[in-house]
Design a protein around this ligand. Structure first.
Ligand SMILES: Cc1ncc(COP(=O)(O)O)c(C=O)c1O
Length: 334
């Protein structure tokens, strides 16, 4: 087998769970990750009985703060799982160097990162593992779908078994064995054929769809420039070494206590703005199975101030203008 592989899975959650199995995570093992992420990042660790250890995020990209990772490493740490929020890369060179120093695995939860890059390298391809989502909310979608990217040849063969319920069915299908059998822990992580057929067409159009998404992102950015210059909102920040994919357009508003009112006012005008994530270290299950050993000030602050504006392929530039104008009027009225 070659040195890198991608396996299609039924979801990014499934791909993350496969990583938990491949690493043989178990009780006592720790995986460092941001608290500001989707539950699947942490579930993949909790499902193995291991412990998610939450790290604060950077105020600019809302990605894991690489300067706070090393203080969280213990003898039990097995991996660092980074999340490329909104398709903007984490500071990978620093993170890979930390992992190298401490002999840790790097998992890139790149659910939101398809076709985005860091210093020219595609997100999801820099750590030992990368996971992608093709869920309906993502730039490229087949309803429910995902992929597991692997750089380390040691895991590739077993991953094929984990994908196929822990069996060597793949070898059987290739004709190299006359029956297949149970060889490993596994589950049914495969992407269904109908979804795969939809994904094939989406992948053929991926570059054009991403270009269109980035154009919409830039239109928001320009339309909200004046409001950001008043200091009432902060627009997304993309470091120069990162090429993003326009997955999310979000703003941080200055008045934390008004965020929910701003959201309700936008919703009342027919704009489906929302917020996310609820930081995992504050969630009931996160408190039960996770560990928070350091201050989570940025995470808490960002989660209270973020507004995620509508972003999808059918969104027109006129709608973006309407949303931007409406947001400006609402924010200025407070
Ligand atoms: C950061 C992150 N990780 C994992 C997932 C899970 O992806 P999926 O719905 O494909 O399982 C998501 C989905 O939104 C996500 O945003």
């Amino acid at each position: 087998m070659g040195t890198a592989r991608a396996l299609l899975t039924h979801s990014c959650s499934g791909a993350l769970e496969m990583v938990g199995i491949l690493l043989d995570l178990g009780a006592g093992d720790e995986v460092i990750m941001p608290s500001y992420t989707f539950v699947s990042t942490a579930n993949s660790v909790a499902l193995r009985g291991a412990t998610p250890v939450f790290c604060d995020i950077r105020v600019d990209t809302l990605n894991i703060d690489e300067t706070k990772i090393e203080a969280l490493i213990t003898a039990r740490t097995r991996a660092i799982c980074v999340v490329h929020y909104a398709g903007v890369s984490c500071e990978m060179d620093t993170i890979l160097a930390i992992a190298d120093r401490h002999d840790l695995i790097v998992i890139e939860d790149s659910a939101q990162g398809y076709l985005a890059t860091y210093k020219g390298r595609p997100l999801g391809t820099m750590g030992q593992f990368g996971t992608i989502s093709f869920h309906a909310t993502k730039n490229i979608s087949c309803g429910q779908g995902g992929a597991l990217l692997m750089n380390d040849p040691d895991y590739i063969e077993r991953a094929q078994m984990v994908l196929e319920k822990g069996t060597n069915q793949r070898d059987f299908e290739r004709g190299s064995i006359d029956h297949y059998t149970w060889c490993n822990t596994g589950s049914s992580f495969l992407l269904g054929e109908l979804a795969a057929a939809c994904l094939k067409v989406q992948l053929q159009r991926a570059a054009a769809l991403t270009t269109d998404r980035i154009a919409k992102w830039k239109y928001y950015h320009q339309s909200l420039k004046a409001l950001s210059e008043t200091g009432r909102i902060r627009r997304p920040v993309v470091p120069p070494q990162c090429v993003h994919n326009g997955h999310i357009y979000h703003v941080l508003i200055d008045l934390t206590h008004k965020r929910d009112q701003v959201l309700s006012a936008l919703n009342a005008k027919g704009i489906e703005a929302s917020f996310h994530f609820v930081p995992l270290h504050t969630s009931p299950f996160g408190k039960q199975v996770g560990q928070t050993r350091s201050r989570m000030n940025v995470t808490t602050d960002v989660a209270a101030r973020i507004i995620r504006l509508p972003m999808h392929h059918d969104l027109s530039l006129q709608q973006i203008e309407y949303i931007s104008e409406t947001l400006t009027n609402i924010v200025e009225s407070y």
